[in-house]
Design a protein around this ligand. Structure first.
Ligand code: FE2
Length: 274
């Protein structure tokens, strides 16, 4: 099973750019073309928040139009730039899988079970599952203790060293950790929010932040680093469930030189390379 993780697309209305600079729709177009060109194609695309920049209906509509060529299920959850209400209104088919107020739901149709978590807090940049979100997760995991499960959310529950982003991370990470530790079938936790590929462990499992298809938060590990972004090579994450492990790749979007064959000094093709 191959899971693509597209995150932090920050779509703006037609004619507008994110922060007056980034043509996020063009970047998402490239990301969608990239996904369509993959062989094998991902079975599912999880979209871990900040679909929009300002939670506007026209931004969700534009996101949907840009995602429309994708033939596989696209599973969104809100980030801090979105809202639960805005996302559920824009995706009625997702709303139908939830309690109608928070975008917490389970995708059970694949080898790896996906638990999609809504970490957004209305009108606030930080994340929080809250009592209801934590209870949802605990109950969802209790329902299928023998099914390997991946948890997807927007806000990371761990520090990254990028101080202005860490100030916005998941506030109830300790409670999340306690739940994951009670359910050993959880194989990984994937997040968005920081727009950079970041890897650590959390609750004894792999925890990753996926890179973004457009602007990235500047890599500044000084405690008083300013909130800025850079335009680095756009990317998305590919999570391969194979051999009982979750293997996470960064897939760069765009045209790069290659593929080139490997040759030895005598000009003979090397068939098996490491
Ligand atoms: Fe974002």
């Amino acid at each position: 099973m191959l899971i693509a993780q597209l995150t932090d697309t920050h779509i703006r209305p037609e004619g507008a750019r994110a922060y007056g600079r980034v043509d996020t729709a063009r970047h998402m177009e490239a990301a969608v073309a990239h996904l369509l060109a993959l062989d094998p194609r991902p079975d599912v695309v999880v979209v871990t928040g900040d679909l929009t920049d300002f939670d506007l209906p026209e931004e969700y509509a534009r996101f949907r139009a840009l995602a429309a060529p994708l033939p596989m299920p696209v599973l969104p959850i809100p980030g801090n730039h979105d809202s639960s209400a805005g996302l559920l209104a824009a995706f009625p088919e997702v709303a139908a899988r939830t309690d109608g107020t928070r975008a917490n739901y389970v995708e059970d149709g694949f080898a790896l079970r996906l638990v999609m978590l809504d970490t957004s807090v209305a009108s606030a940049p930080h994340g929080e599952l809250g009592a209801a979100g934590l209870a949802f997760l605990d109950a969802a995991l209790a329902q299928a203790p023998d099914r390997p499960t991946l948890i997807c959310g927007h806000h990371p529950p761990f520090l990254t060293g990028i101080a202005h982003m860490d100030a916005q991370n998941l506030r109830d990470g300790a409670a999340l950790e306690a739940i994951i530790r009670r359910h050993p079938q959880v194989v990984g936790l994937v997040c968005g929010h920081v727009h950079r590929a970041i890897t650590t462990t959390f609750a004894g499992i792999a925890a990753t932040i996926a890179p973004a298809p457009a602007h990235v938060v500047s890599l500044d590990l000084s405690p008083d680093g300013p909130a800025t972004f850079h335009m680095e090579p756009p990317a998305l994450a590919l999570h391969l469930w194979t051999g009982g492990r979750l293997v996470s790749h960064v897939s760069q979007i765009g045209a790069y030189p290659g593929p080139f064959p490997f040759f030895d000094d005598a000009g003979r093709a090397i068939v098996a390379v490491a």
